[in-house]
Design a protein around this ligand. Sequence first.
Ligand SMILES: [Zn+2]
Length: 216
Amino acid sequence: MQLRLPLDQRIVNREPRIPSPDPRIASPESRTPNSVPPAPAPALLFVRHPRARRYVIRVADDGCVRVTVPRWGSKRDAAAFAEQQRPWIEKQQRRIERRRAHARAHPLPQEIEHELRHRATRELPRRLLELAARHGVMVTRVSIRDQRSRWGSCSRSGHVCLNWRLVQLPDFVRDYVMLHELMHLRRMDHSPKFWKLVAQVCPDFEAARAYLRASC
Ligand SMILES: [Zn+2]
């Protein structure tokens, strides 16, 4: 299932992303006639998923947009949903592009990146399993990944993927990302019930989310 983390995107077996319209971004209809013409609609990849319970949109690291279609759904409705979520999609694409531009402008020296990745494989799985044990969540596998657009993801089978860049974040933010993924193993959505679970295990999750929003 895919979660909604800034460095965050896949099918329901990473995080389910249920985008919500962002009121800060004008929709194409609200642009004035003299403003920049709307960008062409993004190319969409439709993936039918028998276990999906709703339409889910994910923007991949390369900017491609994947729409998960539940068994009962139609491609037409999925396309309509994607069109409705276009401001959100474009916002994600801009964020990915900004991050790429930043990485091009400020590459990490190779030795430093190597050391950080090494530290990540040493420290992150241990911390995740510690938190999982503390909260009684079963993790079957931990992978450390190099993802440009997400901090973490997980699948229903208990496989959690973490971005090695988590080692560069403050502890409380890193823990939040891990707890967010762990709570998805209990609930694969971003419903109020999910956030209640997160709040129970991570009382300062709002501060961590604010940190991620501000830094990405
Ligand atoms: Zn999530």
